[in-house]
Design a protein around this ligand. Structure first.
Ligand code: PMP
Length: 439
């Protein structure tokens, strides 16, 4: 019988009514998912009563951990006054003002309900602004489920094609060929190749979509030269620069883009800015954002969404972002620096071919001696995957929840004690899996 009897039984029920037994594949674990009962600060207790430190933070969407008292109180007050209206609310306006004040690149903003929707809306806004159809994106980069945004996001080596012209690889079966044709795939951190590819589609590219610290490309930062080359190319060729900050907005007060010497045209956000509730946002230059404005004649990009800017999300998000001010960002990033150093030290002591990457409050452990530099060498082969799975199982069994790629994110609810536990657990785990790692 499974050790997790209640979760096993729940999964048996779940499989009857949901494909795969869930609504998002992320929760799946072998032999069955574990179900959460309660979250508090940086801890999650499952329905068996086991408490763990949460380094997954609902895949980067919780910046203050679970059930922060200030957010709970604010949301409870709003809930009693209604959760959704066919009218605007003051909190929507206040939160928009608050977010616009966080970056000089945000002149206007609109809220949606997921990162997928935010990226989709950026792409549609870029098309509407330029009158062009194509989008350029980085090979391997994850941007949610919109057909155009998901192209090549998890391409396997056999489908990559030439590095000088990576293939547009579909994710979902049945993706229209026309969608693939309208996505131009460029290699990460390779300005020369990227520009050559872009040049071949000069007249058709509406926007270049990029994540500055892409999770699926090993949590390695985009090089300033690469980002500047793309920005300059976009400016010279009438295309827009779209930054996906759905995860990376937590990196600085004004997002990861604050660390680069560029101006973006559009930014997609999500996750943490909802304060624990479903959210997305599109922010950018007023002239571009105004493609959604229907008050001066028909909008070039008519934009709707039943739950957009609902007052629950606005209340929670606004409270979360108020608490994630400049000092809080600096403090969290400093704690994450310590975490990355402690993990590097654990790897050194265990004397295994592994490494740690990351920036801001994010880290990733790789079963590679050298940090990857591109999607192609960040790719995780079967042997590495076996080691990662073994390490993740060890961590989970010893009280740590991580993201399935062996990535983790800190929350402001964490302290040095959680970092010490992380490093100790990883050290023991690496020692345990060493034979597998060296096999
Ligand atoms: N962009 C990035 C960089 C993401 O990491 C994600 C989600 N992991 C998305 C977009 C899509 O966000 P959502 O899951 O809220 O649709």
């Amino acid at each position: 019988m499974s050790e997790h009897t209640k979760s096993a039984a729940l999964y048996d029920r779940a499989k009857q009514v949901m494909p795969g037994g869930c609504s998002r594949n992320t929760i799946l674990r072998k032999p069955h998912p574990i179900y959460a009962a309660k979250g508090e600060g940086c801890f999650v207790t499952d329905i068996e009563g086991v408490k763990r430190i949460d380094f997954a933070n609902n895949v980067a969407s919780l910046i203050h951990g679970h059930a922060h008292p200030a957010i709970v109180q604010a949301v409870n007050a709003q809930l009693a006054n209604g959760s959704a209206f066919t009218l605007g609310t003051e909190i929507e306006v206040a939160y928009a003002e608050q977010m616009v004040a966080r970056s000089p690149n945000f002149e206007k903003i609109r809220f949606v309900n997921s990162g997928t929707e935010a990226v989709m809306s950026c792409i549609k806004a870029a098309r509407a602004q330029t009158g062009r159809a194509k989008i350029a994106k980085v090979e391997g980069s994850y941007h949610g489920l919109y057909d155009y945004a998901e192209v090549s996001q998890t391409a396997k080596p056999a489908s990559w094609g030439d590095a000088d012209a990576p293939n547009s690889v579909p994710v979902a079966k049945g993706t229209p060929q026309s969608a693939l044709n309208d996505v131009v795939v460029i290699p990460f951190n390779d300005p020369e190749r990227a520009i050559a590819i872009l040049d071949a589609h000069k007249a058709d590219i509406a926007g270049i979509l990029i994540d500055l610290l892409p999770h699926r490309i090993g949590v390695i930062p985009a090089l300033p030269d690469f980002v500047e080359a793309l920005r300059n190319w976009a400016t010279a060729n009438g295309a827009l620069m779209i930054i996906d900050e759905v995860i990376t907005f937590r990196t600085n007060f004004g997002g990861a883009q604050e660390g680069y010497n560029i101006k973006s045209d559009l930014t997609a956000m999500g996750k943490m800015i909802g304060g624990g509730f479903p959210v997305g946002a599109i922010a950018g230059r007023a002239e571009v954002m105004d493609v959604m404005d229907p008050t001066q004649g028909p909008a070039a990009f008519p934009h709707y969404g039943t739950f957009n800017a609902n007052p629950i999300t606005m209340t929670a998000g606004s409270m979360a972002m108020q608490m994630f001010d400049q000092p809080a960002v600096a403090e969290l990033n400093a704690l994450a620096d310590k975490a990355r150093s402690a993990l590097a030290e654990a790897i050194r002591i265990a004397d295994v071919p592994a490494c740690v990457t990351g920036r801001g409050s994010m880290f990733r452990i790789h079963m590679k001696k050298q940090a990857p530099t591109s999607y192609r060498n960040a790719f995780v082969g079967p042997q590495e995957q076996a080691c990662i799975s073994a390490l993740l199982d060890h961590m989970f069994d010893n009280g740590l929840i991580m993201i399935e790629t062996c990535s983790g994110l800190l929350s402001t609810a964490m302290t040095q004690a959680e970092i010490d536990q992380l490093a100790d657990t990883v050290l023991n785990g690496l020692r345990k899996i060493k034979p597998l790692l060296l096999a």
